[in-house]
Design a protein around this ligand. Structure first.
Ligand code: UD1
Length: 323
């Protein structure tokens, strides 16, 4: 049976891809150094062969790639503001780690690498929706690292014939996203706050918009991209999103209904390096590998809120049983 490797397997997106592969009866190996991934995220993935290591560890990555058919490369240090605080760490994980993985993949004769790219590479260019034909214009070090990773993917496809597919994710959210860090995705932070009855904060006027993409859409896009014929996808870039956008002000309204929160909303200064509007053209992914969004924003929020409620309940009851 084919073996799949997921890098960043203890992270939000990596663990979600691994879970779906296992549900489909596939053999899965995972690698993560827990820099931002969580041990708790591995719950339910016991059938995965897990390696705790950094993707910059040449030996560990070579072992991880052995006998692998396809890699889903999700390992990175996410967050625009974190990359502004520490561009070196962002580069080490996102760029050096990617090159290390590609070398190991080529040496192990892996067939395909599907790469987690980011909508951040489009920057603040005024044209909407963002199409893959547009010139990238990264603002943050995070975006610069994600774009460098893309270029290495394309280089390895051209020079070594390794099949590589680049998926540019647009603001992914859903179950298993860590809500506890200042660098967490906005919807995870807000869900946790609103469920606790605390005021969410909007940076800026709240009129910035995002193509918020529920995790199931991203998992679906990855699996399709791993199966599509090479001549349709290899060396190419695809947006993976919903093709619609929501302003932060509107998102708060929808989330208030889903969480039952009716307290105040705080406004604070706009964040440095922030993109104003983000919306994807998803027609290329549709045409080349049949991608269709499965879950829209509203439903995604409902499912996310339901999941965080279950987690809160189970951690309360665990705390209770320890008393
Ligand atoms: C960017 C990328 C995204 C990538 C992510 C990785 C763009 C358009 N998107 O997301 O594809 O996956 O980096 O981390 O570049 N905000 C608040 N209140 C909060 C927290 C955030 O108002 O408490 C605001 C931010 O200022 C921003 C928006 O919410 O305007 C979204 O922020 P965040 O969730 O951090 O993601 P992006 O930086 O948009």
């Amino acid at each position: 049976m084919d073996t799949y490797l997921v890098t960043g397997a203890a992270g939000f997106i990596g663990r979600s891809i691994a879970a779906e592969l296992l549900a489909r009866g596939k053999k899965v190996r995972g690698i993560d150094n827990f820099a931002t991934g969580k041990r708790d995220n591995l719950r339910g993935l016991e059938a995965m062969d897990f390696i705790e290591a950094d993707i910059n560890d040449a030996e560990a990555v070579a072992t991880a790639c052995r006998g692998v058919e396809c890699i889903f490369h999700e390992a990175a240090i996410p967050s625009v503001p974190r990359s502004i605080e520490d561009p070196v760490a962002s580069n080490r994980a996102g760029v050096s780690g990617t090159v290390q993985l590609l070398v190991a993949a080529k040496d192990a004769k892996v067939r395909r690498v599907v790469y987690a790219g980011s909508s951040s590479v489009y920057g603040n260019t005024p044209t909407l929706p963002k199409s893959e034909r547009m010139q990238p214009s990264p603002i943050s070090p995070y975006a610069a690292a994600k774009l460098s990773g893309e270029l290495y993917m394309q280089s390895f496809a051209r020079v070594f014939g390794l099949e590589t597919v680049i998926l540019r994710y647009f603001n992914v959210f859903g179950p298993f996203q860590d809500p506890t860090s200042q660098y967490s995705g906005v919807l995870a932070i807000w869900t946790l706050k609103m469920l606790a009855g605390d005021a969410p904060t909007i940076y800026g006027d709240g009129e910035q918009s995002r193509d918020f993409t529920f995790i199931q859409n991203v998992v679906h896009g990855n699996l399709l991209a791993s199966e599509a014929p090479a001549e349709r996808v290899s060396g190419q870039v695809f947006n993976v999103a919903t093709g619609s956008r929501v302003t932060l002000n509107h998102a708060i309204e929808i989330m208030s209904r889903a969480t039952g929160y009716n307290g105040e909303v705080r406004y604070a200064m706009e964040r440095r390096g922030d993109v104003k509007h983000s919306l994807a053209d998803i027609s290329l992914a549709k045409a080349c590998f049949g991608y269709q969004p499965q879950v829209d924003f509203r439903e995604g929020i409902e499912r996310t809120v339901a999941w965080y409620k279950t987690i809160a309940k189970s951690s309360n009851s665990q705390a209770g049983s320890e008393l």
